[in-house]
Design a protein. Sequence first.
Length: 331
Amino acid sequence: MHSELKDSKILAYIANNATASVTVVGVVKGQIIATIPVGLFPFDIAITPNQKFVYVTAFGSDAVFVIDTKTNTVVDTIPTAFAPAGNIPVDISITEDGKLAYVTDFRQNVVYVIDLKTNTVIDFIESATFNAPQGVAISRDGKRVYIVNTGNDMVSVIDTKTNTVVAVIPVGNIPLDAKVSPDGNRLYVTNFVSRSVSVIDTKRNVVIDTIRVGNGPDGLAFTPNGKTLYVTNEEDDTVSVIDTEKNIVVKTIPVGDQSFEIAITPDGKIAVVTNANEGTISVIDTRKNVVIKTLPAGTTPFSVALLTRGHLDEHEYEHDEEEHKEDESSD
């Protein structure tokens, strides 16, 4: 296993909701490297900036599980014990300095603050503005945390110095997820029922644009330069490619059944999409905006985080695309 690990330049860590596991897939060669048991109903996944640990929320176990990426084993479990039982930790986001994680609790209407050095919950943030909170995004400087409330169509803005809500922003119908642009000036929010993405000015905390996308938008991810945003559309089985300078969709990419979440490599060249209903991931070459391969993932893959080692050479991209074309022609 360790030799395979060294050979893999991109590892996808995938939370499989139905099988209480995380699958590790080598994206370049397409091999499943490990299947890691975690808690019941794993939902979201995030990797630390140093790539040493992966954090997985599991709402069926009221906990966050910590995976060591060197050994691909669970090394810690963090209880989300706001209530004695019935907590539903869903989305997780980690600060850029790797010191803290913020986790939303869909049922208890709280946000957990986790110290990643001690792997303990150090605060519970409560607010009357929280209503079935799901998505969570953090500003580049760590001063603001944005909570996406599916129950009231609002985004709550937390001041991390006081851990209190300082603003509330109305968005579309059933917002699910959010990401801050690389320059920190914009927050993009997917609105599942409205079939749109709300664009928020983070300095004024107001919606400045609304982008029509596909049916059932959910996950989203930026390229490192911030010029392009990719949005998964669950009910269309597509990914919308958005030019963020014009805030328009410039391409729609067909992927697998129920495209759920998406992650992009640090060099911006590869995007990985989880297809929840078919147990696969779609690998997209972002230079051409085409799917270059579809790989097995696990049962009901929800979220994905990417660990990268080195850079892919040009011929490796070309080889992947030719492989995908051959696979398609043989179907």
